[in-house]
Design a binder for this molecule. Structure first.
Ligand code: MN
Length: 132
């Protein structure tokens, strides 16, 4: 384990979901930074070091898949793990998320245990280059 708590960037436009997901992650000891738009999230991910992004896919303006592609296209955020969240668990959503460069995908409503297990797995995984 690192000496500091993992820093997680939560990009979610829905206030109730931000409160729920942010609360779960903080309870687990993570340092959570919340933003409400992809553009804010991209700017913060570039400006500060993070260990993981939790990315809502359905966002007003720039959507989460587009934002993930932006992160993947930059050398400084290329290996930053992205956990995608979507409100619609439809066939093809997971494939689209992975094609955009997301490392993992969860459908809302996200359960406490599943979220923390997925976050822990991504934080422990070696960071690879996902552009190939
Ligand atoms: Mn949303």
């Amino acid at each position: 384990m690192s000496a500091r708590p993992p820093r997680i960037l939560l990009i979610e436009d829905n206030a109730a979901n931000r409160k729920l997901i942010g609360g779960i992650l903080r309870t687990a000891g993570h340092e959570v930074h919340e933003v409400v738009s992809a553009d804010e999230g991209i700017a913060l991910a570039i400006a500060e070091p993070f260990d993981l992004v939790v990315m809502d896919i359905q966002l007003p303006g720039t959507d989460g898949l587009t934002a993930t592609r932006v992160l993947r296209d930059r050398s400084d955020t290329r290996t930053l793990p992205v956990l995608a969240l979507t409100a619609h668990a439809m066939d093809g959503d997971e494939r689209r998320a992975r094609e955009a460069g997301c490392d993992a995908y969860l459908a809302k409503p996200v359960g406490y245990k599943v979220l923390l297990a997925e976050v822990a797995r991504l934080l422990e995984a070696p960071r690879g280059d996902k552009t190939t």
